[in-house]
Design a protein around this ligand. Structure first.
Ligand SMILES: O=P(O)(O)OC[C@H]1O[C@H](OP(=O)(O)OP(=O)(O)O)[C@H](O)[C@@H]1O
Ligand code: HPA
Ligand SMILES: [Mg+2]
Length: 189
């Protein structure tokens, strides 16, 4: 890290959602998903990279077999603000036409990413398409989006950990933490 920048863990303000709270909520989410989606094949699609840790924990709590695939998109890059341009950097391996799909995301913020992805997936005509997000930040929404299962609704703060990054960092934090505003907001001139 460059001179003058805060060193790694000093960029974190506080824990917003602890690993214990995440684990408890995942039990509820898995229960709701199981009661609605058991009894047929299910393909769980994770959105790289942020959803990896959430998906890995969630699927292990589902009491029936699922298949897994991944899509990669990028809109935030090294910033805390969405570029507004969503780009698919890795498409699915599976053909999803006629399949039952659960799309898993770490966070819905402006909604631009999810809105784009839902359009992309629906154009391939799956039989069923449900959406599960760990975090919902409704104050920042720019486009309305379909979300069927939500882990936590959070305030308008930039969060990292449990898969979520800031400029590629902090995905491996076990708790969901708030990043200090001074880290991502330029000081006023
Ligand atoms: O609702 P939005 O404002 O579109 O923001 C949500 C999206 O932004 C993040 O992805 P990012 O582009 O940072 O890629 P990453 O998952 O690799 O971190 C996050 O993982 C969501 O996919
Ligand atoms: O708060 C956030 N943290 C990390 N990535 C994000 N992408 C959208 N919002 C966020
Ligand atoms: Mg990111």
């Amino acid at each position: 890290m460059g001179k003058g920048k805060l060193s790694l863990w000093q960029e974190i303000d506080r824990v917003l959602i602890s690993r214990e709270e995440i684990a408890a909520r995942l039990e509820d989410l898995a229960g709701a998903i199981a009661s609605e989606l058991a009894g047929g094949e299910l393909l769980v699609i994770g959105v790289l990279k942020g959803a990896v840790i959430f998906l890995a924990d969630l699927v292990r709590k589902l009491p029936f077999p699922v298949e897994i695939d991944f899509l990669a998109v990028s809109s935030y890059g090294k910033s805390s603000v969405s570029s507004g341009v969503v780009r698919i950097t890795k498409d699915l391996d599976y053909d999803i036409t006629g399949k039952r799909i659960l799309l898993v995301e770490d966070i819905v913020d402006t909604g631009l990413t999810l809105n784009y992805l839902l359009g992309h997936l629906k154009s391939r005509q799956p039989q069923l398409l449900k959406v599960c997000v760990l975090l919902d930040k409704p104050e920042r929404r720019k486009v309305p989006v379909q979300v069927d299962y939500v882990g936590f609704t959070i305030p308008d703060e930039f969060v990292v950990g449990y898969g979520l990054d800031y400029a590629g960092r902090y995905r491996n934090l076990p708790d969901i933490c708030v990043l200090k505003r001074e880290v991502y907001q330029a000081p006023r001139a």
